[in-house]
Design a protein around this ligand. Sequence first.
Ligand SMILES: C[S@@+](CC[C@H](N)C(=O)[O-])C[C@H]1O[C@@H](n2cnc3c(N)ncnc32)[C@H](O)[C@@H]1O
Length: 259
Amino acid sequence: MDSLKSRVRAGYSRSWVVHRYSKIGLWPSEQRVCEAFWPHSGRILDIGCGAGRTTIPLVQQGYAVTGTDISVPMVRQGHRLNSTDVQKATWAACDAADLPFSDGVFDGALFSYNGIELVPGLEEKERVLTEVCRVLKSGGKLIFTTHAFEAFNRFAFFRIRQLFRFWCSRILRRSIEEREMGEVVYDPDRNLEVYYMQIVSPRIYRRMLKESGFELEYYNSRQRIDSDRAPAWFVDFDPDFKFYVAGKIQRENAGVPSE
Ligand SMILES: C[S@@+](CC[C@H](N)C(=O)[O-])C[C@H]1O[C@@H](n2cnc3c(N)ncnc32)[C@H](O)[C@@H]1O
């Protein structure tokens, strides 16, 4: 697990990747969702903030923003962005699974641009969600995005193959070659941006959120948000990224296992 995380950190520490992320600006869909679900002021935790693409616009909107990323060069680059608002943000290089903040201090949290898919395995993803829940105030909202699990896009063949292998291994009672369904580990010798990624179904996210103390409040695709459409009523086959908004539930209900 740690070696995968080190790989992710190394991948996002390369200068050309840091350079690629050195742009400021919220997507229109991010703007809409943040406006709809967060209070109009308060403390926001920007997780996996990269070089501050979302951190700076949120500062400019009047939030007190803490930008955090596992990659030190990303956070350093955030400091160097050409904006007078850089100094107004607080920056910290840290792992989302181990946040150096007290309980219940943030009004909202953002893990943008599918960053959660870079966290290795389901267990570690759940650890991240639990940690984010801890630092949010009661009722605080976590917003994050993922690739589209159900879409018939370029990843569909890969996912069907993984599913087939997974069930074959189970039926034959062999050890499962892939540790968890949907994990892609790229060869670090290939000069790709992403060294590791895991695309997870909305059903699994819903369960992990519940077990971490959240309730899923909203799920929609970027395309539908951009065109002002409500979430799909059944399965959303839209290939664009998915937005999740999860609210921290009251302490007495948090962590109650689902039946
Ligand atoms: C796809 S980039 C997005 C960066 C930024 N949010 C943006 O939209 O420009 C994902 C970021 O998540 C960070 N990341 C990956 N795993 C992380 C973890 N466990 N904790 C904190 N950050 C992480 C990476 O270093 C990378 O900067």
